[in-house]
Design a protein around this ligand. Structure first.
Ligand code: SAH
Length: 458
């Protein structure tokens, strides 16, 4: 439908919201023209002040709610409106689950045109609060006040957070102790604009199934004044503290961590378990941030892989090998492919720690390494995919379609790229069977999903 766009910036319009967009905003149509309304929920009628009017859409913030959704709730966090960390605290948890499941269904139909795939009811959290095992908060002085928290949406202004509602309590204990230490000893926060100051970020990592805790102080230089006092204050305030690390990042960059780390107290890594597997976690290691839901997701991936013990599996985009090791227990051989060298080293260490002799990790681009494995005569029965948000490059999918595994299990954090990639595979010998959404990130707009594809027999 061609719609003449007559809307104007700053104009206030009334919109009926029909869905939730990929950033947690409400989406509706006015005379066939798409409007994104920040702060609106599906089922609501709202007044929106337009901030942006483009050729194919307009967007703005809600200025009044004409008709509220029965799922609208009072946000728990006092800084929710300002902080960019959560997007869905104003929607009941049941409402969040419903909306995320719908996003998966919509992506499958509208983007992938995948009519046959069965979208299962989303697997939610028992308790959707205080779930994150990893906290990484910027530190800044804003208008003379020390703030440790999250950036406001789309800015670098730090919104101070006293006790983050989605962080594990131990991470909140770390924030409180570092704040007290910086105030008491007048340790200055780093200033992005001038490059001066000491503390840039603080990070906390919690081994949810072991109780071990790590605190990381990311500084702009080597010098860390009063570090003995910092260690003491952290030890007094944080039960389970096993490791305090300083990471030095001298660069004026958005990348949080630098290359140099210095152990200040305890051990260089903490331990955690997922299912029957154990993992060593260092400041830089990738580890799923929601341990309880990660187990459910990985168990689904194992179920979809339907292994009997005799299969060869390739885990493309394997990261530190968590899914590979889950699968290795049920397969004859698992190959993990990953682009980042330290992740591959972690994966090999994890395989050794778990005595998984049948897991082999290969450093390189999935597209190239998949091809090389084939040339070496490896014929995977099952391929697992867990790519970044952008999804798989077509050459990876093409290489997989050529080796013809009987099943493809696709773990995705973006329903749109998932649907696109499943559609490509449907053109190339596969059928999308099931998609299982799993809520890994309650209160945020992120949607995780695992899908199963089967080879269509010819
Ligand atoms: N499966 C892992 C996490 C995967 S995250 C787990 O559950 O723990 C996606 C990974 O894909 C990242 O580690 C990223 O480094 C890797 N990656 C990105 N592009 C790649 C490519 N072209 N080839 C191989 N790995 C890639």
């Amino acid at each position: 439908m061609s719609t003449e766009n007559k809307l104007l910036v700053h104009e206030k319009i009334i919109v009926k919201i029909t869905g939730l967009g990929s950033s947690g905003e409400g989406v509706g149509k006015v005379d066939g023209f798409t409007v994104f309304a920040h702060g609106a929920l599906p089922g609501e009628t709202v007044e929106v002040e337009l901030e942006r009017v483009k050729k194919s859409y307009a967007s703005g913030h809600v200025t009044a709610i004409v008709e509220a959704s029965p799922d609208r709730v009072e946000p728990l966090c006092p800084v929710y409106e300002e902080c960019g960390g959560c997007q869905l605290q104003h929607l009941s948890y049941a409402g969040q689950l419903k909306a995320k499941e719908q996003q998966v269904r919509d992506a499958m139909l509208r983007i992938g045109h995948l009519e046959a795939v069965k979208v299962m009811p989303i697997i939610g959290e028992e308790d959707p609060w205080y779930y994150r095992n990893k906290m990484q908060f910027p530190v800044a002085t804003e208008a003379g006040t020390l703030e440790i928290g999250c950036y406001a949406a789309a800015t670098h202004r730090v919104v101070g957070v006293e006790a983050c509602r989605i962080q594990k309590q131990r991470n909140n204990d770390i924030i409180a102790a570092v704040r007290r230490w910086m105030e008491q000893y007048e340790v200055p926060a780093y200033d992005e604009k001038t490059g001066k100051g000491v503390v840039r970020h603080i990070m906390g990592r919690v081994g949810v199934n072991t109780g071990e805790v790590m605190a990381v102080i990311i500084t702009a230089g080597y010098d860390l004044p009063h570090n003995k006092e910092l260690i003491k204050m952290l030890r007094d305030a944080v039960p389970g503290l096993k490791s305090v690390v300083q990471n030095i990042n001298k660069k004026q960059t958005n990348i949080v961590m630098g290359n140099k780390t210095r152990l200040l107290y305890g051990k260089a890594t903490i331990k955690d378990r997922l299912g029957t597997l154990k993992f060593n976690i260092s400041p830089q290691s990738f580890f799923q941030v929601n341990s309880a839901q990660a187990e459910k997701l990985y168990n689904k991936a194992v179920e979809f892989a339907a292994l009997s013990g005799s299969e060869t599996v390739v885990d493309c985009y394997c990261g530190t090998g968590t899914i590979s090791l889950y699968l290795a227990k049920h397969a004859q051989k698992v190959y993990g492919i990953e682009l980042i060298a330290p992740a591959i080293e972690d994966a090999r260490g994890n395989a050794e720690a778990n005595r998984c002799a049948n897991a082999e990790f290969i450093l390189g681009d999935a597209a190239v390494k998949m091809q090389e494995l084939t040339e070496q005569g490896v014929r995977p029965d099952v391929v697992l995919l867990d790519p970044p948000r952008a999804g798989c490059e077509e050459k990876v999918l093409a290489a997989i379609a050529q080796v013809k595994p009987s099943r493809i299990v696709y773990v995705s954090c973006n329903p749109a790229s998932l649907a696109r990639d499943l559609a490509y595979l449907e053109q190339n010998g596969y059928q999308a069977v099931t998609a299982q959404p799993v809520d890994m990130f309650p209160m945020t707009h992120h949607v995780e999903c695992v899908a199963l594809m089967s080879r269509v027999q010819k």
